[in-house]
Ligand binder design. Structure first.
Ligand SMILES: C[S@@+](CC[C@H](N)C(=O)[O-])C[C@H]1O[C@@H](n2cnc3c(N)ncnc32)[C@H](O)[C@@H]1O
Length: 169
């Protein structure tokens, strides 16, 4: 499959963001990922596969959330067919929260989806509550001037009112 330069860059940024965490933990503990607005999961499939190339012993517990039921089935197929991944897709509005998820996540990822969410502070607050102490929230989106903007948001930088201090890397 031909991988576009955007997907390539996004994958490299994600792997760089997660590599410290993976290097310092036991492979017995799966990496817990939540993809907000996962779409068809095609992009997630690419970066997850690249992550596995570099960290072959790790397994991933993937939760995808998307409001559009036409893409959820494709996400189940695209991500669920990876043999190192166990997946669950919620076809719902992320603003309703993840009521069935009690185990914390290592990584919340939003690729081109925060743009559509009416209450981003509420969603970020949910991320903060459901992120493991060493976990990260990352939002990636396009910008007409810089081709890709990447925000890595440390959950501890989100205050009680949902105001976020962001690091651009
Ligand atoms: C531009 S697409 C990006 C899809 C995927 N992340 C990717 O990069 O290929 C944005 C996705 O966000 C989803 N979305 C928009 N608002 C949402 C919401 N409130 N809750 C969950 N998903 C939402 C849309 O249905 C769409 O699939």
């Amino acid at each position: 499959m031909q991988i576009s330069s955007k997907v390539q860059i996004v994958s490299e940024k994600i792997i760089r963001t997660l590599s410290g965490l993976l290097a310092s933990r036991s492979v017995a503990t799966p990496l817990r990922v939540c993809s907000i607005g996962c779409g068809t999961g095609e992009l997630d499939r690419v970066w997850l596969s690249k992550l596995q190339d570099q960290f072959p012993d790790f397994t991933v517990e993937y939760v995808g959330v998307d409001i559009d039921d036409t893409v959820c089935k494709a996400a189940e197929d695209n991500v669920g067919s990876l043999d190192f991944v166990t997946s669950k897709i919620y076809c719902q509005d992320i603003q309703e929260g993840l009521v069935d998820e009690v185990v914390k996540f290592d990584f919340f990822l939003s690729i081109s989806s925060f743009y559509f969410i009416k209450t981003p502070d509420k969603v970020l607050d949910m991320c903060r509550k459901l992120t493991s102490p060493e976990g990260k929230t990352m939002s990636i989106y396009d910008n007409v001037h810089c081709k890709i903007l990447l925000w890595v948001i440390s959950p501890c930088n989100i205050d009680a009112h949902g105001v976020v201090k962001m690091h651009v890397t």
